[in-house]
Design a protein around this ligand. Structure first.
Ligand code: SAM
Length: 255
């Protein structure tokens, strides 16, 4: 039985990769990756010639069989994602689950730790991070309001991933959340509506305004920027920046 290595790769700067990751990416029989063009850039940077195969959330059963068959025949495989740690808000975990299901304890799955946008952002946020709640990407439509309510009642800082398409929308929503919270706090939640109505009464007393937000954009890349403050002020700063909403974002909501 081969070994399946789950290898963390850079979230921007191609130098952010461990010696072990590079050695294994050169030694394995095949690198499974989300987008072969993205992984090809990393392999080329380190002059590695290992074959790659695309493996992502839409990969069909036939390809899964092929991959699991390779493991069964003793081939060592590496799984990487486009950025960071496979399985953290990307499809990496599905292959691990499928291998476990097929081979049980027989298959060895090894982690090769490294960057992740969540830990990179937390590390420079200045927000106490002994405990935090990671919500990944918020749902686009259904369930989004419920997640925003979870943010409002969380006793720990909350981390979310956001794309350039929705970052300003999220900041607007956090601002709106603040206004609702302000009303609750001044008048008392007489008749909470919508997603708030589902909260037990004791949770309503835990809600706190969203005043300390940290938005990390393009971590480890040329245009890395960190914005701190209230949602409205951050929105204005992002709108005023010359590259506006371009890039990738991690949002930390302090509590
Ligand atoms: N597996 C990755 C990890 O370990 O962080 C996350 C993959 S998820 C599909 C991609 C999201 O991560 C982006 O939309 C963004 O929210 C965040 N992200 C990835 N790279 C980033 C970077 N360099 N700066 C800021 N956020 C980043």
């Amino acid at each position: 039985m081969g070994i399946l290595y789950i290898i963390a790769t850079p979230i921007g700067n191609l130098e952010d990769v461990s010696f072990r990751a590079i050695r294994l990416l050169g030694e394995v029989d095949l690198v499974l990756c989300e987008d072969t063009r993205v992984t090809a850039r990393l392999l080329a940077r380190y002059r590695l010639k290992t074959p790659v195969l695309s493996y992502h959330q839409h990969t069909d059963e036939k390809k899964l069989d092929l991959v699991l068959g390779m493991l069964a025949r003793g081939k060592n495989l590496a799984l990487v994602s486009d950025a960071g740690t496979p399985g953290i808000s990307d499809p990496g975990g599905q292959l691990v689950a499928a291998a476990r299901e097929r081979f049980g304890e027989e298959v060895k799955v090894e982690s090769v730790p490294g960057p992740s946008a969540v830990t990179a952002a937390l590390s420079i946020s200045g927000i106490p991070t002994d405990r935090f709640l990671f919500l990944g990407f918020l749902p686009h439509k259904k369930g989004r309001q419920t997640m925003l309510v979870k943010i409002a009642v969380s006793e720990f800082p909350v981390v979310v991933y956001e794309s350039k398409h929705r970052i300003l929308k999220l900041l607007d929503e956090l601002e709106a959340l603040n206004q609702q919270i302000g009303k609750f706090l001044s008048a008392g939640p007489e008749k909470p509506a919508g997603a708030w109505a589902a909260l037990p009464r004791d949770q309503l007393s835990k809600i706190k305004p969203v005043t300390s937000v940290v938005v990390c954009r393009e971590l480890s890349k040329m245009h890395e920027t960190v914005y701190r403050g209230e949602p409205k002020a951050i929105k204005a700063m992002i709108q005023a920046s010359h590259n506006e909403q371009k890039g990738e974002f991690v949002v930390i909501i302090g509590r």
